[in-house]
Write a protein that binds this ligand. Structure first.
Ligand code: PXP
Length: 258
């Protein structure tokens, strides 16, 4: 299983002071040494972390392919076409959100989306669509001509967190907690099966399949077992662990789980 390391959070720390520390190019070098297969970055419309110059510098200096997440806004797509990353992952974007919420709503009649895909592909940039693990949406992704789909694992990660979080201060009785756990276990199994089915279906259609969002050192194992998924894009949990263990070690520990 390939690992794309999302380094946006390193840029968040740098932007807190508007200095060049921590340095993203140094981070890219460490990702490579640690065994990452791809660098993933998100050029957000509000530029809260990655800046245009970062994308340019990272593409120039990275020996790993760069997967650039972006919205379908025509201005952003023009910039991405000029910067020429290896792949562009189209994601929904809302200014107030803390992070990408939900998958991209796909339609064969969305002019903005159609133009974005066409422009990127005309510039020889692979297109990936970040979508919910849903059969109908996958069929639309195929019809739109995308090379990749990235399946949203956020719901799976949220259920996992609810199931295994510390419940020691809840007012529930043991019996109520047991019932709650049973319910959550069922939900987790259902969500995992939905992702498995979607990944298999997308692969059968000839799409390359990635997945990501909310994956961490605990919940990643079940997702990593899904053979139809070629690649996982992980940010928050790796960068959080790197604060205590160092970036190289944090990536190595994640790679071991894949
Ligand atoms: N994949 C996509 C499309 C994303 O938008 C993000 C978050 O930027 C990730 C993967 C990584 O998610 P996380 O930081 O929760 O690991």
């Amino acid at each position: 299983m390939k690992l794309g390391v999302n380094i946006d959070h390193i840029a968040i720390l740098r932007e807190a002071r508007k200095v060049n520390d921590p340095n993203l190019i140094e981070a890219v070098g460490i990702c490579k040494i640690a065994g990452a297969n791809q660098i993933t970055i998100h050029l957000r419309e509000d530029r809260r972390h990655i800046q245009d110059k970062d994308v340019k510098d990272i593409i120039m200096h990275s020996s790993l392919p760069v997967n650039l997440e972006c919205s379908i806004d025509p201005e952003i797509i023009d910039i991405v076409c000029t910067l020429k990353p290896f792949r562009a992952t189209l994601v929904p974007e809302h200014r107030e959100e803390l992070t990408t919420e939900g998958g991209l709503a796909l339609s064969l009649n969305n002019e903005k989306l159609l133009n974005a895909i066409e422009n990127l592909q005309n510039n020889e940039i692979e297109v990936s669509l970040f979508i919910e693990a849903d059969i109908k949406t996958i069929k639309t992704a195929k019809k739109l001509g995308a090379e990749w789909v990235e399946l949203h694992t956020g719901k799976y990660a949220n259920i996992y967190a609810m199931l295994f979080s510390n419940l020691s201060h809840t007012p529930h009785s043991i019996k109520e907690l047991e019932l709650e756990r049973k319910k959550l276990k069922k939900m987790l199994k259902k969500e995992l099966n939905r992702i498995k089915k979607a990944a298999k279906f997308a692969k059968k259609l000839g799409l390359k399949v990635a997945a990501g969002h909310g994956l961490n050192y605990q919940n990643v194992k079940e997702i990593a077992k899904i053979k139809a998924i070629k690649e996982l894009n992980i940010g928050q949990s790796i960068i959080a662990r790197s604060i205590f263990r160092g970036l190289e070690q944090a990536i190595k520990e994640m790679k071991e789980l894949l």
